[in-house]
Design a protein around this ligand. Structure first.
Ligand code: PGA
Length: 264
């Protein structure tokens, strides 16, 4: 949905807003985005599961030119069938373009790498793009410790996907996007340094032997810090940002879009 050279911003609204508020904020973002010439395909919105369909239909009906993407914040590891309360990846198809998987706020609720891998395999099989979150939890860890931990998380997720017959080549071929989100940076107001994010990006690209792997940074990004994350080049480059708190106000979100060059 967005071309490879253009940064991708993902607005993760978490459980902050009621569905009606989500529709109202989506409309505000789209209206402001049009005024600020937001580049088509550069922004994806991740509303709650309850608001997702209403937000998606509003954006497609009234603001289609902006090509705003929609991501779910999670999905089930189950296939469609007797699984009360679950939302299979295949049921999101048509409403969502992507699914955020393995966010640290879900890992904190007991999700293992293996379960996240199974969810990832379901997304890949359904043809829906996985946005896989990985991140270290210790603010005092060294750069090499962070890289090692994130690579280990990636391997755990791959092992989980393999249990459902989804191998690494299939995962990489699915358009998987990784979001490096240090847990200590999320919601703290203290973003990681762009150098750390670049080191993690290099480690992941080396591990996967994929220089084209798409990697985002997330954790307390705002209009001031955003551009710094997109400055590194080569194997340490980042392809966009996953934004929580600052995505809950249209102005703050568009400020980030302007800082990274996808809006005026
Ligand atoms: P934050 O959240 O920008 O509020 O730190 C990011 C995220 O959790 O995805």
């Amino acid at each position: 949905m967005n071309d490879a050279a253009q940064p991708l911003l993902i607005a993760n609204w978490k459980a902050n807003l009621a569905p009606g508020e989500e529709v109202a904020l989506a409309a505000q973002i789209a209206t402001l985005g049009a005024t600020r010439r937001l580049s088509p395909g550069s922004l994806m919105i991740a509303p709650s599961m309850v608001g997702l369909v209403a937000v998606a239909s509003l954006l497609r009906r009234e603001h289609d030119a902006l090509k705003l993407g929609i991501a779910a914040q999670d999905c089930s590891s189950d296939l469609a069938g007797a699984a009360t309360g679950e939302i299979p990846a295949s049921h999101l198809l048509g409403a969502a373009d992507a699914v955020i998987l393995g966010h640290s706020e879900r890992r904190a609720r007991g999700e293992s790498g293996s379960l996240i891998g199974a969810k990832l395999a379901r997304c890949v099989a359904a043809g829906i793009r996985p946005i896989l979150c990985l991140g270290d939890a210790d603010p005092k860890a060294t750069e090499s410790e962070r890289c090692a931990l994130v690579v280990r998380q990636w391997r755990e997720v791959l092992a989980g996907a393999a249990t459902l017959g989804c191998d690494v080549a299939t995962v990489l071929g699915s358009g998987v996007t990784i979001a490096y989100e240090p847990v200590w940076a999320i919601g703290s107001g203290q973003a990681a340094s762009p150098d750390v994010a670049a080191a993690v990006a290099r480690a992941l690209r080396s591990e996967t032997s994929s220089s084209s792997l798409r990697i985002l940074y997330g954790g307390s990004v705002d209009g001031k810090s955003a551009a710094g994350f997109l400055s590194p080049t080569g194997e340490g480059s980042l392809n966009g940002l996953l934004i929580g708190g600052a995505s809950l106000q249209a102005e703050r979100l568009l400020e980030i879009a302007t800082a990274v060059g996808v809006a005026s």
